[in-house]
Design a protein around this ligand. Sequence first.
Ligand code: ASP
Length: 318
Amino acid sequence: MGASSRLKSRYDGPALIVHGGAGGRAPEAEQPERRRALLQAATAGGAILRDGGRALDAVIEAVRILEDHPLFNAGFGSCLTRDGTIEMDAGIMVAKKDLRNSTPQIEAGGAILVSRVRNPVLLAQLVMERTPHVLMAGRSAEQLARQNGLAMCRMSSLITPRARCRWLAAARRNSPDPAHEHGTVGAAAVDHAGNLAAATSTGGVAGKLCGRIGDSAIPGCGVFADSRAAVSATGVGEVILKLGLARRAAAELVGRTPQAAVTRALAHVADDGNGEAGLILVDRTGRFGYAHNAPAMEIATFHPIAGVRHLSVRSSRA
Ligand code: ASP
């Protein structure tokens, strides 16, 4: 075992990992800006952790920044449905360390099929903290947002010229984007107190039918946290949902490193057919795992010793 991995296995949080989706490779002209945005999200979430803040606040801040960025498929810049509308999903999950009890307190919240909130991840937090429920959808979820003072908007103000052009091009071809749209966002973190949290936010898959629900907001599928790890998944929701992919990645940690755990979880995606997926994971000691089988996936990490880093992750598909 090298010196750095010895250091990592002893290390006890905080740490944060952020992704910008697994899917088709982003156009070259967009790559520097995507990289800058991911670094900004990791820096902002990392600053919260460095100041002793909560993993939950760190992942929400990282995801909120990327939702506001037009190059990612979440919040402003979400991809369009077949009908040219926007329907977004976002979810969060937390495992709060309970010092009197070895079992953590697990909480989750998600907003699905929302079109009029600027930051769906903040609505997911409201569902978790202000209602007795885990998931809320559509108009009623948006009403909760309005009642609690979240920034509301017209659906049209979330549609970027880029998303509109892609939609028009797909309509002309009479098929959705050939490459799975890239740009769902997610984050996973552990804080000083040992709490783990994950958040995922998406516009879904390009050309989806109205009313289609993906994996991103669903606990255990696109987002997961338990006593071992926090996980965010990205890729084809229909595959991730059936596999319960994020929970599976955490379960694979038993006796394995985080990197081996996400790699094994992804192998189930390959077994299941041709779905593209990606995973990021942070364990309770602050070690990272990340893997995908799509053409491209980028991540950024924050670690108090290593600082903030950006990485284009190599695909597991040869
Ligand atoms: N998983 C998301 C969905 O199916 C899309 C993605 O991650 O790219 O809605």
